[in-house]
Design a protein around this ligand. Structure first.
Ligand SMILES: Nc1ncnc2c1ncn2[C@@H]1O[C@H](COP(=O)(O)OP(=O)(O)OP(=O)(O)O)[C@@H](O)[C@H]1O
Ligand SMILES: [Mg+2]
Length: 266
């Protein structure tokens, strides 16, 4: 547990994210089957499990893009079980997608800018009433998007259409886009899947920096080496249920976890 997480648990502060008894059914299939999980402020936690374990479905429940069939979710103690993704983002929980789908015809910079919260709709009146203020806000947003592109090393591509990006670069663009909203917690769905080894090291480094900066991170990842290097705690799922939780090496060696991966291979 990070120092921040220890401090939070000492002061009795509510976990940043807390889910109790989450269930999500698709027809007869229980993709998530009674999962309880808590993320303390400042933690970086790994979520592992074989294909089809329910990891992405759990993310969709935590981020609000899917409603649970039953169970409750709290963000900093606030019950958000029926709230959508936008209100969860306002409360500080952002997520990236397993398969990033940037707006292909928009530039890389424009894609990052779509990550802003409280966009135009409510600002239209402001455009007429205080155009100078809107222009200043716009400049600040562009500066911030540029700084985030620099952070993910995509600056030189800012004016290119997003369709030219490789799979790995799309993952980095996703990260920059979600950081635009200043989330306290980021749910990352396989941020390093299919990326080359150099990009993998960059992603590991940047996640470490973000966590060092106080971001709470829940990381779905099949790369156990990466999980072991980044996460103090790992949660393993299979068939919609939690199998094991603890230090990465202990979870990877847990007989139930090993059996779940062997079952997948068979
Ligand atoms: N929208 C959906 N409709 C029907 N079934 C779904 C839906 N989404 C997921 N499932 C099923 O739920 C189960 C869990 O899927 P999920 O995508 O959460 O797994 P995962 O752990 O993220 O797998 P992977 O490692 O392959 O990404 C799978 O059997 C999947 O086919
Ligand atoms: Mg998945």
């Amino acid at each position: 547990m990070s120092e921040q997480a220890q401090a939070a648990s000492k002061t009795g502060e509510a976990p940043l994210i807390e889910a109790r008894g989450l269930v999500r059914e698709f027809g007869g299939l229980r993709a998530v089957d009674g999962v309880s999980i808590a993320l303390e402020h400042g933690e970086m936690v790994g979520l592992i499990g074989p294909n089809g374990a329910g990891k992405t479905t759990l993310f969709n429940l935590l981020a609000g893009s899917l409603r649970p069939s039953s169970g409750r979710i709290r963000i900093c103690g606030v019950d958000v079980s029926t709230a959508g993704p936008d209100s969860r983002l306002r409360l500080g929980v952002g997520r990236t997608f397993q398969i990033p789908r940037p707006f292909a015809a928009m530039t890389v910079l424009e894609n990052v800018l779509t990550g802003r919260q409280n966009q135009t709709g409510e600002r239209i009146a402001m455009n007429f009433l205080q155009p100078g203020r809107v222009a200043a806000e716009e400049r600040r947003a562009v500066d911030k998007a540029r700084a985030l592109l620099d952070f993910v090393t995509l600056s030189r591509l800012e004016n290119e259409p997003a369709r030219v990006l490789s799979g790995g670069q799309r993952k980095l663009l996703e990260l920059a886009r979600i950081l635009m909203a200043d989330p306290q917690a980021i749910l990352l769905d396989e941020p390093a899947a299919g990326v080359n080894p150099a990009l993998l090291e960059l992603i590991i480094d940047r996640l470490r920096m973000l966590n060092g900066d106080g971001k709470t991170i829940l990381l779905i990842e099949h790369n156990m080496d990466m999980v072991g290097r980044l996460c103090g705690r790992v949660v393993a799922m299979a068939s919609g249920r939690l199998l094991a939780e603890g230090a990465p090496a202990a979870v990877a060696a847990n007989p139930d976890v090993v059996a779940a991966y062997l079952g997948e291979a068979a």
